[in-house]
Design a protein around this ligand. Structure first.
Ligand code: ADP
Length: 474
């Protein structure tokens, strides 16, 4: 089985969130299922700089406003196809944002180009390699199905994975021509969404199969609360929608071998990581649990609720260590909380190595998201025996077993869940956390269960492989 993955991010080369982790991890996981996956990426400076022995495969005179090439290269175990198109991608920093922190105005065209090249390769092959399935990720790959249709590539099957439906890739209808779209499909069965063009809608309507990154989020997408206006489309495509949980890279996130920490393989071994983290962050020893957060700072992630409930955590003798960046108001508020309290330590920024030390050193990891398609940091927490305290939503609901009296009695609990996603419910969860943490035996069992929970790709890779097989068999 040959599959072309089409994505705007791929770890370890370019990452703004969980999408990159998934795109980077899938090929190796799928190789074990007999799937050969190549990943098509825009040639951002970080990607171009990493290329080794790049082999030119395709040439385009005019790819959405300038010449372009497709280069093949193997980097970090990934079989990459890179679009070398300086007019679209030779821009520093974040893949989506200009220096003013706003979306690049030509983002619709930049990612339409990604989708177009993806469709071209799927339709005609590249260097003799012919995929059977085009697997796109999020709105950035949404138009691929439109272009496949234009290229009359009926032999290619398509899958679109929704990592976050909140981003639908809108564009003004005046851009139909520059986006190379068929005007005849600007209607509700095509890519039209509330009078605008939507790249995500195009993919949601056009792909043979849709997947999203947890079974609960798949259900939630069909509701007005989570569907972001696309709930009707999701209900319409219900029969083709699959919830397949994300896994994590179990080599990169392994407490027994992690070079960022003093390695450990049982809860008792966490003590060194905790002291090291407290020392690094200038936190004193404390009676209660050290809670950690690694997160984008946006409304979605519910961090305002953490600020609101901080007094409760501190009353339990607890501590907070946070790494994140994003919304300037949230950054400011957390900085102020850190300056005003010796038991709160805040680092604003993005730092992969530090995220490992935080997750290893914490007793608990807080993920109070208002919605969470899958979530990865709670999975890292499980693997590191850092008990997740999570909102009961999306993938957080699917990956944590709440420490209810029944789950504790059966010794299956792995964390704490709270609902609804309000300060009141989080406050109660923090009190439960304080109580459980004091009961050393129960706490240690929670940690042991967490560390034993499978969080890798094995099951999910099998599910994707079966999906591809089902699509190509029909
Ligand atoms: P999302 O994709 O919505 O941001 P996920 O939990 O799926 O949320 O994935 C977030 C990924 O980004 C995780 O790998 C997490 O460790 C990482 N991450 C988020 N913020 C930071 C940060 N400030 N520094 C380092 N890694 C971060």
């Amino acid at each position: 089985m040959k599959v072309l993955s089409v994505a705007s991010e791929c770890a370890p080369l370019v990452k703004t969130g969980g999408l990159a982790d998934v795109v980077g991890a899938l090929p190796a996981a799928l190789a074990q299922q007999g799937v050969q996956m190549r990943t098509l990426l825009p040639g951002y400076p970080a990607v171009m700089a990493a290329l080794v022995e790049a082999e030119p495969l395709l040439d385009f005179d005019d790819l959405f406003g300038g010449p372009a090439k497709v280069l093949a290269s193997r980097i970090a175990g990934l079989d990459l196809l890179v679009i070398d198109a300086p007019h679209l991608y030779a821009r520093p920093g974040n893949p989506y944002l200009g220096p003013d922190g706003r979306d690049w105005p030509d983002n619709p065209e930049r990612f339409a180009a990604l989708s177009w090249v993806g469709a071209h390769i799927a339709a005609k092959g590249a260097g003799g390699w012919q995929p059977q399935v085009l697997h796109g990720h999020d709105w950035q790959a949404g138009f691929a199905t439109e272009y496949l249709r234009q290229m009359k590539a009926g032999h290619v099957r398509s899958v679109l994975t929704i990592h976050n439906i909140a981003f639908n890739g809108p564009a003004d209808p005046g851009r139909l021509h520059s986006l190379r779209l068929d005007p005849g499909r600007f209607h509700s069965e095509g890519y039209e969404f509330w009078g605008a063009i939507s790249a995500l809608k195009a993919g949601l309507m056009g792909a043979d199969a849709l997947t999203t990154v947890s079974p609960s989020y798949a259900e939630e997408l069909m509701t007005p609360e989570f569907g972001m206006g696309l709930e009707g489309v999701m209900r319409h495509r219900r029969a083709s929608l699959h919830g397949i949980l994300n896994g994590i890279d179990e080599d990169a996130w392994n407490p027994a071998t992690d070079p960022a920490i003093t390695p450990y393989s049982n809860p008792a071994g966490k003590a060194a990581a905790k002291s090291a983290l407290q020392a690094e962050m200038g936190l004193p020893q404390a009676e209660g649990p050290l809670c950690v957060i690694v997160s984008r700072m946006t409304h979605q992630k519910g961090l305002d609720l953490v600020l609101e409930t901080l007094p409760t955590l501190l009353e339990q003798g607890g501590q907070l260590a946070l790494l994140g960046s994003g919304d300037p108001d949230l950054e400011r508020a957390f900085r102020a909380a850190g300056e005003g309290n010796p038991n709160v330590a805040v680092r604003i920024g993005y730092d992969e190595g530090f995220s490992h030390r935080l997750i290893a050193g914490g007793d608990a990891i807080l993920v109070p998201s208002r919605f969470e398609p899958c979530g990865l940091t709670q999975l890292y927490g499980l693997r590191y025996g850092t008990v997740p305290v999570v909102a009961l939503t999306g993938g957080l609901a699917d990956t944590v077993i709440n420490a209810s009296p029944a789950a504790l009695a059966r010794n299956v609990a792995t964390g704490i869940q709270f609902a609804p996603v309000t300060a009141g419910a989080l406050r109660n969860a923090l009190v439960r956390l304080g109580t459980l943490y004091k009961d050393r035996e129960t706490w240690s069992r929670l940690q042991t269960n967490a560390m034993a929970q499978p969080v890798g790709w094995a099951l999910s890779a099998k599910a994707y492989a079966e999906l591809y097989a089902g699509l190509t068999a029909s």
